[in-house]
Ligand binder design. Structure first.
Ligand code: BGC
Length: 736
């Protein structure tokens, strides 16, 4: 409709009807196939407000969205259509690797393509908005939600967040096949203290600005239609009530024009934070801070209209927010076309189609990180006698958290992939151990409702005996180990990041009879791999690979594809080192070559990571020349380039990820030792060499100075060009 028509519609709505556009209910209200008032009491909302609500969570599927839209429109006084929202984080029916894995691919274009495929599938199922990308920076392996993040680096995360927004929305989120993006969780959620989900975030203003905000900003600059605020307090103020974050930063400084939605019930949670007195106060504070949509509570619908009578700022906010909701509905074409893309035929055509599966397989291979490969044990020879053993051999739950609409039966297991693979001989495939240790754990409704892990000691022994016998006969044993996905994701914080004891026992038993072990690690977080590294010759981290899991894993194990990934988060030796980042500030007492008690160090493990950010091996080897500069000094007007020559010194073709880091040697505030500023993939045949050049511009050297001005300072810098964040291949330059 035209904006004039939209304004006419808006003028015809009374204040409560406007407020109801600012309310998000969930699927429960329509689960019976009719609108039901039953869930209203638990939700804390008046049934009529739920009936008139502007948006809904988790109703998806062409038939369902069409049906619910019909029911809604029949009772909507102004025939304003519902907007359908859900979490399509790393795929809808075709699931791609978890975002931490996508980060490891260092390939924003591939992430954009994955998001675009997810959008096309979700569009066919009637979805309007996805709650993605998740742009929270993650440095703490204990935090279960690091799997939803692209990792620890602001530069990489920014490229990934922007790419995903472009993928979901294209040039116009309202176009056919596209859905609107909602970057989340603004801001700083990943820095939850102690890695405890929902815990407070305490960040200095500079760390917030330089490390945590850039990825959200990149998503906003890429045009994300919505922003979701986070659960925690940042600097003692809940994000949901933070005028500083939601209005001063997001709208005033960054120019964001779209919708801000709360996280699930986060308006009401301000009461528990001790920041709001009651529901009414919480609604008031959220509105004044800048929240347009209340997800999951009745606080807005019960209070905003009456608050508006007392506070003109609330009255203005209701009008602005309601108009923003109506405008997004209009942009998404819902007024003309309330079913939008919902089309059962398109669902059949697109969901899990071979082209989408092929892309999921390709991106999975690109995300796998080869952590160890002693004696060149990988890739496997097709003719060798390999025993494939481990709880992940038959595991169908391989997509990780927030693959809400994935059906396990669509996922390819290792066993299925082996059976379908031609030319692979002499294999045995065994479970070897339970996936987790001997206790029952009822995890509630996080991924699949009420998963219970049972454990039978006698059966566990039998599995181990079978594994040992098979390992004895094999040339090589591939062990498929890892955490079950319910142990990471939302509410998946953990003080330990080790494999379960039953899996470590399997590793020990196999190692006692066969030293040729390749461990394939399924995980949603960096793990403590001390035992795994010691007992395995090769370690391949495959994250949660998604729908094409088994196929992608075997492609890489058998050398049909390279392990393409590099770590998007540093792997510590132990959880006790968390949080950990290569970007940490320098200490006055850096560790020395020889042990010295009064330096910054742990007494029991090295101070640094076991595997640093950016690290990953290939099936070949590369040599770097020392970096050289086009000129020793750059100015604001004249950039310089830094070059290295990279040579494939191995016997197989391979792709190297060449990474550029820059360190500011001295400044008005202490700066990270180095920061990622560029990367590029180089494919080289054996003995082939290529020169790689990076441009260094003045704007790449800016930071928040002592007076919180974002600028560069003249002086000396160091450029590091190498294979990971720990590289020493460096050259100094100056900024004049
Ligand atoms: C999560 C969000 C998610 C929302 C809706 C919350 O619990 O924190 O990431 O988008 O639920 O499903």
């Amino acid at each position: 409709m035209t904006d004039k028509e939209l304004m006419r519609l808006f003028d015809s709505m009374d204040i409560q009807e406007r407020v109801d556009q600012m309310v998000q209910i969930n699927v429960q209200f329509y689960e019976s196939g009719e609108f039901s008032t039953g869930p209203a009491a638990g939700f804390g909302i008046e049934p009529e407000d739920a009936r008139q609500a502007g948006t809904i969570l988790n109703v998806i599927g062409a038939e369902r969205t069409r049906h619910v839209q019909d029911l809604h429109m029949a009772g909507q006084k102004h025939r304003v259509p519902l907007m359908f929202m859900a979490d399509i984080i790393h795929g809808y029916r075709t699931v791609f690797p978890i975002p931490l894995g996508q980060g490891a691919a260092f390939d924003p274009e591939a992430a954009e393509e994955a998001a675009s495929i997810a959008a096309s599938e979700a569009y066919a199922s009637g979805l309007t908005v996805t709650f993605a990308p998740m742009a929270d920076l993650a440095r703490d392996a204990r935090w279960g939600r690091c799997l939803e993040s692209c990792g620890e680096d602001p530069y990489l995360n920014s490229l990934m967040a922007a790419a995903m927004v472009r993928g979901f929305q294209g040039a116009n989120a309202g176009a056919p096949g596209k859905i609107a993006a909602c970057v989340k969780h603004f801001a700083g959620y990943g820095a939850a203290e102690g890695g405890r989900d929902y815990a407070a975030v305490e960040l200095s203003p500079r760390t917030l600005e330089e490390d945590y905000l850039p990825a959200y900003r990149a998503a906003v600059d890429a045009g994300s239609e919505l922003v979701m605020c986070g659960f925690p307090t940042v600097d003692r103020v809940p994000c949901t009530g933070s005028r500083y974050l939601l209005t001063e930063t997001l709208r005033n400084r960054w120019g964001f024009k779209g919708l801000v939605i709360s996280d699930w019930a986060s308006i009401d949670e301000m009461i528990a934070h001790g920041f709001a007195e009651d529901h009414r106060d919480a609604a008031h504070k959220a509105a004044l801070a800048g929240v347009d949509i209340d997800m999951g509570t009745g606080s807005y619908s019960n209070n905003l209209a009456s608050l508006a009578r007392e506070d003109p700022a609330v009255a203005r906010w209701i009008d602005e927010a309601c108009l923003r909701v109506l405008r997004l509905k209009n942009k998404m074409d819902l007024f003309e076309n309330p079913y939008r893309g919902a089309d059962p035929e398109a669902e059949k055509r697109l969901h899990l189609c071979p082209a989408h599966r092929a892309k999921a397989r390709e991106l999975a291979r690109k995300s796998f990180v080869l952590l160890e490969n002693r004696d060149g044990i990988l890739p496997l020879r097709k003719s060798s006698r390999v025993a494939h053993i481990g709880p992940y051999v038959d595991e169908k739950t391989v997509c990780g958290g927030w693959a809400v609409f994935n059906d396990d039966s669509d996922n390819v297991t290792v066993r299925q992939a082996l059976e379908a693979r031609s030319g692979v001989t002499s294999t045995v495939c065994l479970r070897g151990s339970y996936i987790t240790d001997g206790y029952d754990l009822t995890l509630g409704q996080i991924a699949k409702p009420n998963i219970t892990f049972s454990f039978d000691g006698a059966r566990a022994q039998k599995l181990l005996d079978e594994a040992e016998a098979a390992a004895r006969e094999a040339e090589t044993v591939v062990l498929y180990l890892g955490e079950h996905p319910v142990f990471s994701g939302e509410g998946g914080s953990s003080s330990q990041i080790m494999l379960p004891e039953c899996q470590l026992e399997l590793l020990r038993r196999v190692r006692a009879v066969n030293e040729n072990i390749v461990t394939v690690l399924f995980t949603g977080r960096p793990m403590d791999l001390r035992r795994v590294r010691e007992l395995s010759k090769a370690v391949l981290c495959v994250w949660y690979p998604g729908t094409e899991s088994g196929n992608a894993v075997l492609d890489v194990l058998y050398g049909d594809a390279e392990p393409g990934g590099r770590l998007s988060m540093s792997f510590p030796y132990t959880a006790g080192q968390s949080p950990l980042s290569y970007r940490e500030l320098r200490t006055g007492r850096a560790p020395k070559e020889l042990p010295d008690r009064f330096t910054s160090r742990y007494l029991d493990v090295p101070i640094g990571p076991m595997y640093p950010f950016g690290y990953g091996l290939t099936y070949t080897s590369f040599k770097y020349s020392a970096p050289t500069l086009s000129a020793p000094t750059l100015t604001e007007q004249t950039p310089i380039t830094v070059s290295v020559t990279v040579e494939n010194t191995g016997t197989r073709p391979g792709t190297e990820l060449v990474q550029l880091y820059i360190g500011d040697n001295f400044a008005s505030v202490a700066r990270p030792g180095r920061e990622l500023k560029g990367f590029t993939h180089v494919f080289l045949q054996p003995k082939e060499k290529k020169t790689v050049r990076f441009t260094i511009r003045e704007d790449m050297l800016r930071f928040f100075d002592i007076d919180m001005r974002f600028k560069s300072e003249p002086g000396a810098f160091t450029a590091y060009v190498g294979a990971n964040s720990a590289t020493r291949n460096a050259v100094k330059f100056d900024l004049a």
